[in-house]
Design a protein around this ligand. Structure first.
Ligand SMILES: NC(=O)C1=CN([C@@H]2O[C@H](COP(=O)(O)OP(=O)(O)OC[C@H]3O[C@@H](n4cnc5c(N)ncnc54)[C@H](OP(=O)(O)O)[C@@H]3O)[C@@H](O)[C@H]2O)C=CC1
Ligand SMILES: O=C(O)C1=N[C@H](C(=O)O)C[C@H](O)C1
Length: 255
């Protein structure tokens, strides 16, 4: 049995994750975490009586849970991940917007503690495949632009997936892009890839990567029409993370 703690359990992704854990016979929801929660009765949140409702880092230790699943917000994710690692709980981090310096520091901390963990910019198979394919395409098409489209409540922009996608394009390039003109209308440049962020009601999570070369173009697109699309990847991560001995970035490491 794998005991799981969900941080951000009242949010859109947290609620889906709680349901997913409850639907697997080899997972047990042992705890939930949110510093803003003041009532510690799990039944107040529709959770079974045995689930611990926690709101402070000093309540954490390796007996509370094996795995920490985090779907919170960009301001909280680094401190949450650090607390999980220090408590000996394997972090599975879905929250976007972690600063690169925090990511580097936490990878070092997990290595010192020989603790496996995952930071996944995207748990959806379509997005993981898109990030693989764009790296291959960039070897032939160094000129690329990203359009990411999300629901209106998304706190961060550009998305974690778009940032990771730009890094993959840069890693795949064998030549510099031809297009260099930059101004406010050209999006945010990440690794010389213009990234455009759209926030609209009706959308969930979508990304399109446009490549252009002399006389031709290639478009690669993925769509998450439902947050259920992320749950299979989260389940894989919960199962695999305890076998790892370092904090890695990208679900592809566990597939
Ligand atoms: N990697 C992936 O595949 C995916 C990643 N995401 C990412 O997951 C994150 C959450 O998304 P979503 O569920 O839509 O957001 P929501 O705003 O719906 O949920 C976030 C929840 O976390 C709570 N929270 C805030 N701070 C903390 C904290 N320190 N500890 C615990 N809980 C906290 C919030 O409470 P309050 O509202 O009271 O502040 C809220 O209930 C985002 O960063 C998003 O980008 C989303 C989908 C897929
Ligand atoms: O906020 C979201 O919804 C999502 N966030 C992640 C990101 O920032 O890339 C993953 C997915 O795009 C959904």
């Amino acid at each position: 049995m794998i005991h799981v703690l969900v941080a951000g359990f009242r949010g859109a992704m947290g609620q889906k994750t709680v349901k997913m854990i409850q639907s697997h016979s080899d997972f047990a929801l042992s705890a939930v975490f949110d510093p803003k929660v003041t009532i510690n009765n799990p039944q107040n949140y529709g959770l079974p009586a045995e689930v611990k409702v926690l709101n402070r880092y000093d309540q954490l230790n390796a007996n509370v849970a094996d795995v920490w699943v985090d779907f919170t917000n960009p301001d909280a994710v680094a401190a949450n991940t650090e607390a999980a690692i220090n408590a000996g709980i394997h972090p599975v981090i879905g929250t976007s917007g972690m600063a690169p310096a925090d990511q580097t520091r936490l990878i070092k901390l997990a290595k010192e503690k020989h603790l496996g963990g995952l930071i996944a910019p995207n748990f959806g198979l379509s997005a993981v495949l898109l990030m693989k394919f764009v790296q291959e395409a960039a070897a032939y098409f160094p000129d690329a632009e990203i359009i990411e489209m999300h629901h209106q409540d998304k706190a961060d922009a550009p998305s974690g997936t778009a940032i990771a996608t730009a890094h993959k394009i840069a890693a795949g390039r064998t030549q510099k892009p031809l297009s260099t003109i930059d101004n406010d209308a050209r999006g945010q440049r990440i690794d010389d890839v213009p990234v455009h962020a759209v926030r609209l009601p009706g959308y969930i999570a979508h990304e399109e990567v446009l490549f252009g070369g002399p006389g031709e173009a290639l478009t690669i697109r993925q769509d998450s029409f439902d947050r259920q699309s992320f749950m299979q990847g989260v389940a894989v991560a919960i199962r695999k993370v305890q076998e790892a001995d370092q904090l890695v970035v990208g679900l592809e490491n566990f597939l």
